[in-house]
Design a protein around this ligand. Structure first.
Ligand code: PLP
Length: 399
């Protein structure tokens, strides 16, 4: 921790009063605009973390502020005894733009996945089938509830929280040959990230997702695509399943959907969703009009092909600039899926680099102990990309 600054005064209180489950940067943000953040001591940072793939349109986007302001003057919350126009409009938009016909709103990716598993099990039980098993994959991440740490496979996330949920099998990601045995007539659903983000930005191969679809259909299991991190333009598609030439049964969305406002969505078909009758599931805040008003604007902006093409163009710029890092000396591998880039460090720990980056005015996030994860706003400017990369050069190459 640094000298006695406004950042530190707050940070000391943080350490005293907060549960110690996070280890945040030593500075405290005061304001932010686009892909720039200023801390309590007015130091400026370029934001390559994007709030972990959440600030899809950067900070303080005027259209999102307008949507939030306008809705805030009408009403904030009405509960699910009533519905509201922003939620209806958002659901309509999502059904028009994707495979989905029915939407359930919640507040986070964790909740979106929880709903997905419940919808899948209900679908089978309503048909009088006993199948309840869920297939997930090693190195996956689906959230932090007891269900979702059971779906994931991280020992650190699970230790001390047992017993976990039973009836979950973990296959090997991208291993086509194992799928025929992994998915059986007991499988209710298969859940997969098209790109494993927390693991370090590892994309599923086209063949793997196609085979997953094929085996799931053959055995009568539902295919759930967890697009909590990969969705809403992150990979250059509105949802990245669209890159795989398949129709999913359920898709979960959160993070970038709200552009910084908490929202989760579970997308499915009428056939699968029809059993979720009143009383089967719910959420006090799900479908909140403020969140939905903002998400409407996010989808409106990001769903344009020109915007999505821009994501791929900015990915190319990042990759060009990163290739100048003499890949073999600094990074052992660079993987990207749109504006979502994993760089495996050779010598230094990710934490060490993150801390030095804060000193130099760059916000990064990590994946695991040695991977730098870049997940900036999808509308980051070329100038900001260049500026951030030159800070990274100074840190990693000393120039
Ligand atoms: N699923 C995936 C693929 C994620 O990356 C995350 C969060 O990182 C989650 C689910 C959980 O989302 P949340 O933290 O909003 O509950």
């Amino acid at each position: 921790m640094k000298e006695n600054t406004k950042n530190n005064q707050l940070r000391v209180i943080y350490d005293d009063v907060m549960l110690p489950n996070y280890s945040p940067a030593y500075f405290i943000p005061e304001k932010a605009e686009g892909s720039r953040v200023w801390d309590k001591d007015n130091k400026e940072y370029i934001d390559f973390g994007g709030g972990i793939a959440v600030n899809s349109l950067g900070h303080s986007h005027p259209a999102l502020i307008k949507a939030l302001n306008e809705q805030s003057k009408k009403f904030w919350h009405v509960s699910n005894y009533l519905t509201n126009e922003p939620a209806i409009n958002l659901a309509k938009k999502l059904t028009e733009l994707t495979f989905a016909e029915n939407i359930f709103f919640s507040n986070s990716g964790t909740e979106a996945n929880e709903a997905a598993i419940k919808i899948a099990r209900k679908f089978h039980s309503a048909k009088g089938q006993k199948r309840s098993e869920i297939v997930s994959f090693k190195n996956s991440f689906h959230g932090r509830s007891l269900l979702n740490i059971s779906l994931g496979s991280s020992d650190m996330h699970r230790e001390g929280f047992e017993p976990l949920m039973s009836g979950i099998k973990h296959g090997n990601f991208n291993d086509l040959a194992s799928l025929a045995d992994l998915i059986t007539d007991q499988t209710a659903a298969v859940i997969v990230e098209p790109v494993q983000g927390e693991a370090g930005v590892y994309a599923a191969s086209k063949e793997f997702i196609k085979k997953l679809r094929e085996e799931s259909s053959k055995k009568g299991a539902l295919l759930i695509i967890d697009e909590v991190q990969s969705g809403v333009g992150r990979t250059g598609k509105l949802y990245s399943y669209m890159d795989y030439d398949i129709e999913p049964d359920i898709v979960t969305s959160a993070k970038g959907l709200g552009g910084g406002i908490p929202i989760g969505a579970t997308l499915t078909t009428k056939l699968i969703g029809q059993n979720m009758q009143p009383g089967t599931h719910g959420s006090t805040f799900g479908g909140n009009p403020m969140a939905c008003a903002v998400a409407n604007e996010v989808i409106e902006i990001i769903s344009h092909q020109k915007f999505l093409d821009g994501v791929k163009e900015k990915e190319s710029l990042f990759l060009k600039l990163l290739s100048e890092f003499e890949v073999n000396k600094v990074f052992s591998a660079i993987r990207s899926s749109g504006l979502w880039i994993g760089c495996d460090l050779i010598e230094r720990s990710a934490n060490d680099v993150l801390n030095q980056a804060y000193d130099e005015g760059l916000i990064l996030v990590s994946a695991g102990s040695n991977c730098l994860r870049l997940a900036p706003a999808l509308n980051i400017s070329n100038e900001e990309i260049e500026q951030g990369i030159s800070i990274l050069k100074k840190i990693l190459l000393g120039r």
